[in-house]
Ligand binder design. Structure first.
Ligand code: ADE
Length: 231
């Protein structure tokens, strides 16, 4: 395995990585700081994309073009959509889709990009199985593998959660994964998203998000570092 790009959206999602990275060399491009070094003896580039799909897309494309990463891992927190997921549990992406993309008045299915063949971007099967193997070292959390939904919205409503489950078969919802996946797809770079649940995207989501983001970010970090250690 070659150089791996590791992206989080917020400081809280990458702070643990920045403590552990060795020989960090930093470069700032378009306001994003890229930290090159090694993590668990693996060459990595760690960065904070900022929140939302546009930030995530820009950050990912720069990782691919300027740093020549050979795979991308997105690490961080998400809102649970699958009914069996509890706060702190983990989702490994099988694929990612933009749930907020909606050209349905023109007859296109919600979540699909008009005139484009692919709107559900599959994650890399090798990265998925490495992540699944890493899950055996995670204590006190269930690990699911399923579809990650992304949109430029913080979801805090059970009706929306039910819809995301029924219409898209989503396991969790966040704000970046599908953008990373889309860029990786177009660039031919393998990716996987590993998210731990900070909330259930319901009426308690705001308070849960504040309370549990640190715990969830740590769980995602543990998954990724176990993955790298056992490559
Ligand atoms: N990230 C963490 N929780 C989320 C939620 N409820 N909606 C969107 N993104 C999230």
């Amino acid at each position: 395995i070659g150089k791996i790009g590791i992206i989080g959206a917020m400081d809280s999602e990458i702070s643990r990585y920045l403590k552990e990275i060795d020989q960090a060399n930093t470069t700032v491009i378009q306001g994003i700081t890229y930290y090159e070094g090694t993590l668990c003896q693996v060459p990595v580039v760690i960065c904070k994309s900022g929140v939302g799909k546009v930030n995530a897309a820009i950050c990912t494309q720069l990782l691919v073009d300027r740093f020549q990463v050979e795979s991308v891992i997105f690490t961080g927190v998400a809102g649970a959509v699958h009914p069996e997921l509890e706060i702190g549990d983990i989702v490994i992406s099988t694929s990612c889709q933009q749930h907020d993309l909606d050209a349905s008045p023109l007859g296109f299915a919600r979540g699909t990009i008009p005139f484009q063949e692919t709107s559900v971007f599959p994650a890399d099967t090798q990265l998925i199985s490495w992540a699944q193997e890493a899950s055996q070292w995670i204590e006190g959390a269930k690990v699911f593998t399923g579809k990650v939904l992304s949109g430029d919205q913080f979801i805090s409503d059970v009706g929306t959660v039910r819809n995301l489950r029924e219409e898209f078969d989503g396991y969790c919802v966040e704000m970046e994964g599908a953008a990373v996946a889309h860029v990786c797809y177009l660039s031919g770079v393998p990716y996987v998203v590993i998210r731990s649940m900070s909330d259930r995207a319901d009426h308690s989501a705001q308070v849960n998000f504040i309370e549990f983001t640190e715990l969830a970010a740590e769980r995602s970090f543990l998954m990724v570092t176990h993955m790298l250690t056992h490559l």
